[in-house]
Design a protein around this ligand. Structure first.
Ligand code: AOF
Ligand code: ZN
Length: 370
């Protein structure tokens, strides 16, 4: 149940039909095509069906461009097909507000579609159920919650930020079999292989901000940028936006005028306050809803101990680095009952390495796929 929808609205929703999951899966596939380019907007896909035939599909490619429903509707019209009475499958509640683009619900009502099937409601305070209510008031049938878990996983950051004011935080670690991240000298290039490092590029690409520590900057002078080719979209070749780089520097070791690569990038930012206020600021002032922590053990441990990590992404290499190498986690835990627990949600082989994805144990239901 979505909190901002009243029982009265729930009472007016129509039950799901046998083919809904199938069409919504296609709409989710559409949505995924915008995964690297839509932020800070969510990725949204739409499939339009009439008499059990797909007559249009589309997705939101980038903030400032039309929404998924508009692309799909235009696709129908380009073919000269009458959209009246059609079923519209959309992965996020159609918007009811004027943002950079006009409200999708007004367009769907004007086009006299017959039914709208939605995977998940939009917690954006400017929408928050108003899209559903407007459709119902116009006499359009609405079904909610089809493939909701997968839709939620696709927009984990946007949905969490809109609902709580905090971003979805992923922590990335490259470790050895014995859980080490670097030698005692700090040497760490490269524990994991090329495929794992390319995968990290995708993690960066979906992140509005990357958080690291001053020690990492001083020791490695990393670029922390996205080095992936432009994406081929219906709006033309589109560059993946670069994440903001945030350097945690509580002991005042750095200045943005310093000659490090991350500060040559104008989005480099130094932060000296606490972690929770950083996360809130990233959402409120920078519209960073997905955040990636790529740091050494001290900062990694601080994030873990403060319970600020939603998802742990571990790349594990088939090597042992020994007891003098640096461990991934520096927390002092005396009793087994105090251990930090996670739930494994995905395992993938990347060359000789394994990628393991974990979520906080109580978050399991909101991020695993249905
Ligand atoms: C939809 N379909 O494809 C997307 C939606 O500034 P705008 O006009 O692009 O509005 C952005 C907001 O619209 C965004 O925060 C989210 O609430 C919603 N996104 N809605 O009906 C779409 N991308
Ligand atoms: Zn819209």
């Amino acid at each position: 149940m979505t909190q901002f929808l009243s029982d009265e609205v729930y009472g007016q929703l129509s039950p799901s039909l046998p083919n809904d999951e199938f069409y919504m899966t296609l709409a989710l596939d559409e949505a995924s095509k915008g995964r690297l380019t839509t932020r800070p907007n969510p990725c949204v896909g739409c499939v339009i069906v009439k008499d059990d035939v797909i007559i249009g599909k589309g997705f939101h490619p980038k903030a400032g461009y039309p929404h998924a429903e508009v692309f799909a509707t235009n696709h129908v019209k380009e073919q000269g097909i009458d959209i009246t009475g059609a079923s519209v499958y959309v992965t996020l509640e159609p918007c009811s507000h004027t943002g950079r683009t006009p409200p999708c619900v007004d367009m769907l009502i004007k086009e006299r579609v017959g039914r709208v099937v939605i995977a998940c409601a939009d917690p954006n305070p400017q929408v928050a159920g108003q899209g559903i209510i407007k459709l119902l008031n116009a006499g359009i049938m609405v079904t909610l919650g089809v493939r909701e878990k997968r839709a939620r996983a696709l927009n984990a950051g946007f949905l969490k930020a809109m609902a709580t004011g905090l971003p979805y935080v992923r922590l990335k670690m490259g470790i050895s079999l014995d859980g080490r991240i670097a030698m005692s000298s700090g040497e760490s290039k490269w524990i994991t292989g090329q495929m794992a490092r390319t995968d990290v590029q995708y993690l960066r690409a979906i992140s509005g901000a990357i958080i690291t520590g001053s020690s990492t900057i001083i020791a490695d002078n990393p670029k922390l940028n996205v080095r992936l080719a432009d994406v081929d979209l219906p709006i033309g070749k589109t560059a993946i936006p670069q994440p903001n780089i945030v350097v945690l520097d509580r002991s005042h070791r750095l200045d943005t005028d310093d000659d490090y690569v991350v500060f040559q990038n104008s989005d480099g930012l130094i932060w000296r306050d606490d972690l929770v206020s950083l996360l809130k600021t990233l959402v409120a002032e920078y519209q960073c809803y997905d955040v990636l922590v790529e740091a050494g053990a001290t900062l990694t441990t601080a994030f873990l101990e403060q319970g600020l990590i939603d998802e742990l992404v571990v790349y594990q290499a088939p090597c042992l680095l020994g007891a003098t190498a640096r461990p991934m986690f520096l927390g002092q835990i005396d009793r087994l009952s105090d251990k930090l627990d996670f739930t494994l949600t995905n395992v993938e082989r990347l060359g000789d390495d394994i990628k393991l994805v974990f979520v906080k144990r109580h978050d399991k239901l909101s991020t695993t796929q249905s």
